[in-house]
Ligand binder design. Structure first.
Ligand code: ARG
Length: 273
């Protein structure tokens, strides 16, 4: 079965950061605001971790540093491929203090680093995701520069599909696109240019378009692990049926506290290998 080839299928380890110091203190994306219920945030994070483990993936953790409230969104730390990582350079100064901490963690954990010292902004797994080991979906616009992908070629040999994102609310690729298997993704069509929409359907012809209500519930901020799609609450019956036709079941996790910062399931997880 070709499904075994998809990157999501072979995922074995991820990195997560428990929300010890998670708050919403500034607004660097249109969703940010409100007061975080800390107890709820811990419970939601624990539920997400359990769902990932139940799906068969090992979760490593890194401690959050005080004063860096968005460090929980560790998926923005870089893009990992083949035991190498291309490191992020955050667009906003509010998050740039996270960079040296990730660099140190990758070094300690034997992952070769690339990208240190380069100028181009890049927010890691928030904008760049593999649908299979030969295809990288590469968002740019709000948080990552188009030109960084020239440098990212140094990670290995794969196609880079540049994704032109056109709506400010969908400021990272993982807010409007999630690979599901080797021929499909969940995606929110209005978030993309015509050319990008065409390319999504050309390469992933069984992709499932989500509604505006689902997009606003961050349904595309999902992670597929084997036959489970872990997503925030709000997946419609139509989408569940379409996923079920692809052999996938949906596991919904309440992400209300993290959505106050404009993030959910996928943002809280860095794929390692
Ligand atoms: N508040 C964070 C920021 O604006 C949220 C990051 C969400 N991460 C993601 N991969 N979409 O940077």
């Amino acid at each position: 079965m070709s499904a075994t080839k998809s990157a999501a299928h072979i995922l074995k380890r991820v990195l997560m950061v428990p929300p010890k110091h998670f708050t919403v203190e500034y607004a660097i994306n249109p969703w940010m605001g409100g007061v975080v219920d800390k107890k709820k945030a811990h419970q939601q994070w624990d539920s997400l971790k359990s769902a990932i483990e139940k799906a068969g993936v090992q979760v490593l953790t890194m401690e959050q540093t005080e004063g860096l409230p968005d460090q929980v969104f560790v998926c923005n730390s870089g893009l990992v491929y083949d035991n190498k990582v291309y490191l992020s350079r955050f667009r906003h100064k509010e998050r740039s203090g996270e960079q040296p901490l990730y660099l140190e963690w990758f070094k300690k954990n034997g992952i070769a680093t690339i990208g240190e010292g380069y100028e181009e902004i890049f927010e890691g797994g928030g904008d760049a995701v593999f649908s299979d080991p030969k295809t990288l979906w590469a968002g740019y616009g709000e948080r990552s520069s188009k030109s960084v992908y020239e440098r990212i070629k140094a990670l290995g040999s794969f196609d880079i599909v540049l994704c032109d994102m056109v709506l400010p609310n969908f400021y990272h690729l993982d807010t409007c696109f999630a690979p599901v298997d080797e021929t499909s993704a969940l995606y929110y069509p209005p978030a993309f240019s015509e050319a990008t929409k065409k390319e999504i359907l050309r390469r992933l012809p069984n992709s499932i378009a989500v509604s505006e209500a689902e997009a606003n519930a961050f349904v595309c901020n999902a992670i597929t692990i084997r036959d489970t799609v872990i997503s925030p609450i709000g997946v419609s019956q139509d989408t569940k049926n379409a996923l079920s036709k692809r052999g996938k079941q949906v596991e919904e996790v309440d992400m209300s506290e993290f959505m106050k910062s404009g993030g959910a399931c996928q943002c809280l997880v860095l794929r390692l290998l």
